[in-house]
Design a protein around this ligand. Structure first.
Ligand code: SAH
Length: 217
């Protein structure tokens, strides 16, 4: 394995152990770590940040947005407990990195991005890299993607003070939704919402995180 990716995976493992008291997950599923090994983060990072591509840190991708820290990408992916037949919705395509990781673990990924140039760049990048099972759309994700619903899992990679109601509607019974939730301030609670077969939801705070805001246009 590429030495840089090996370094990144070691950092993810280490941080998973350090945060286990909060997350309840001292290590992530082998399938998740394999996906993290297979997708080259450098392909999603701007030229100016190439030397930092494998650091366990968020990086600027333009328009005031960021590609998340690898550990957080792995944690959020792990929380979704994906199966190979799953259809997943992501809000906040950004660079397309998280969508690529999801695409390694699920059947089909649908991802929404409100900034046109980021949406176009991510779609082009994912296509060039051969991710045929990712559908990208330039739109406000607050309303989800009703034409493609319901989803087995939903991930929001931008912070919101509440759960956009459309997302709960578009989550299948038995499904899982992960998002950073906060009323105010720099930090949010990464939150896992599970929906049982009767449609009842259960909410669990996982970890304090810091994300760019979800913007409702
Ligand atoms: N998942 C991304 C990082 C996301 S950064 C990656 O792997 O690179 C958060 C992204 O959410 C930003 O690109 C921002 O433009 C987008 N965003 C914010 N509000 C949104 C909304 N309402 N709908 C869709 N995308 C949104």
């Amino acid at each position: 394995m590429d030495v840089d990716i090996k370094y990144m995976l070691e950092n993810i493992d280490q941080e998973a152990r350090l945060t286990a008291d909060y997350t309840g997950r001292p290590r992530f599923a082998d399938s998740v770590m394999k996906a993290m090994a297979q997708v080259n983060r450098a392909d999603f990072v701007p030229d100016i940040a190439q030397s930092r591509a494998f650091l366990n840190a968020p990086l600027a991708i333009g328009h005031g947005q960021t590609i998340s820290q690898p550990y957080i990408v792995a944690l959020m992916t792990d929380l979704l407990e994906l199966s190979p037949d799953d259809r997943v919705l992501e809000l906040g395509t950004g660079s397309g990195y998280q969508a690529a990781i999801l695409a390694k673990l699920a059947k089909q990924v649908y991802t929404l991005e409100r900034i046109g140039s980021l949406a176009d760049a991510a779609a082009g990048r994912l296509q060039a890299l051969g991710f045929d099972n990712v559908s990208c759309r330039h739109s406000n994700g607050y309303h989800g993607w009703p034409e493609k619903a319901p989803f087995d899992a939903i991930m929001v990679t931008a912070a919101s003070p509440f759960v956009p109601p459309a997302l709960l509607d578009q989550l299948k019974p038995g499904g899982r939704l992960v998002l950073p939730l906060a009323e105010t301030g720099l930090y949010q609670q990464l939150t896992l919402i599970t929906k049982d077969e009767q449609g009842q939801t259960e909410t669990r705070p996982v970890l304090a995180v810091s994300f760019v805001p979800l913007v409702d246009d």
